[in-house]
Design a protein around this ligand. Sequence first.
Ligand SMILES: NC(=O)c1ccc[n+]([C@@H]2O[C@H](COP(=O)([O-])OP(=O)(O)OC[C@H]3O[C@@H](n4cnc5c(N)ncnc54)[C@H](OP(=O)(O)O)[C@@H]3O)[C@@H](O)[C@H]2O)c1
Length: 391
Amino acid sequence: MLVNQGPAQLTAVDGPLDGLDGRHQHSFTSFAVVCITARDHTLPLRLNPNSSQENGRTVTTTTRITLAQRPTGLPDDSTWAVEKVELPGPAEGQVLVKVDHISLDPAMRGWLNDVRSYLPPVQIGDVMRATVTGTVVESRHRDFAVGDAVSGTLGATEYALSDGDDLQKIDTSVAAPATWLGALGMPGLTAYHGLHEVGEMTAGDTVVISAAAGAVGSVAGQLAKAKGCTVIGIAGGPDKCAWLTEIGFDAVIDYKSENVLKRLRQTAPDGIDIYFDNVGGDILDAALANLRRGARVVICGAISTYNDETLAPGPRRYMSLLVFRARMQGFLVFDYPDKDAAAIADMSALIGSGALVARETVVEGGVEDFGRTLLDLFEGRNTGKLVLKIA
Ligand SMILES: NC(=O)c1ccc[n+]([C@@H]2O[C@H](COP(=O)([O-])OP(=O)(O)OC[C@H]3O[C@@H](n4cnc5c(N)ncnc54)[C@H](OP(=O)(O)O)[C@@H]3O)[C@@H](O)[C@H]2O)c1
């Protein structure tokens, strides 16, 4: 698909169940929009400063993060190993990509557990699974040229070889690479599909979103505003709440200092039509207690539980589903591949018009900072999409 809505007006960048099938693994980044830019096959291999010649072959040294041991609770230094390895030049049909941004996602915590989920767990010794953006620095693939900006699930690494199957071109004149990992990447699509396909959002709905200042939540809230809904965001701390007000949320609840149950009754006196749940736990219970008849509870994630060492008690107020003839449904971003292109086109247009503010928290460092940066998600240090910039 070709998306070219003109340069986006972006705000300042500050800065479960073993694999179901190979389809999900393969399609992890198939949502990324392919934006074809003019190719320049003449760009020199100098784009790869880590390369050297050995017996006439190019060898690239890369540092990468592998899983050293499975964590109990929060991951720490013992979870990760930092490896330095040499990659050969690309074989026929392959490209070598120099990574510039690594996405940090709450789901990564789940991928470290040896349990059945929607993707197979990362194995001990494997490079940590991560979606990245980068530049093709060597190509023996007919569809990719040196200099192409790309996105793909290449892992937490400085350089990676790819056969192109899991690689999408991105247009950095439409949006910065970090945005292709955020509002125009997997989190943006999660917000979009969650609201439209699962939440069946219609104008006039009262929509409540938790982790509202994060990558998924901030896009979801703005999409709901653009649709004509009343939007209530739940987030941690005054700075995040102030930002949500600035970008148009009708009401905000600081769950760290306010009683969420009471504040939901005040801010949504007629009840909630859509609760877009990113956190689970007590906040899910508070939302369940405030539903309107026919409500849709969209289970997107449950970050408050991801590091739990024992199973938390389930939602206590689930009988609200009966009382209010409501439904609660989980989903995965991969579930609507046929709708990804239209969703990205829609969100690109909203960014272009200023109706959707794409924000990223960009941490600058080296690939060895991956583990430390991942913890920022669980400490709420990010506003918008969290990425590690290693360029
Ligand atoms: N279903 C899918 O396909 C899909 C796809 C992508 C993401 N997700 C899920 O969507 C959710 C948001 O993901 P994201 O990438 O957008 O992350 P994010 O919201 O950008 O970052 C995580 C945020 O969660 C909040 N948080 C952390 N611990 C918390 C706790 N104990 N209680 C309440 N809030 C807590 C923090 O914000 P505060 O400072 O406000 O606490 C933090 O900034 C996650 O649950 C993720 O697993 C699901």
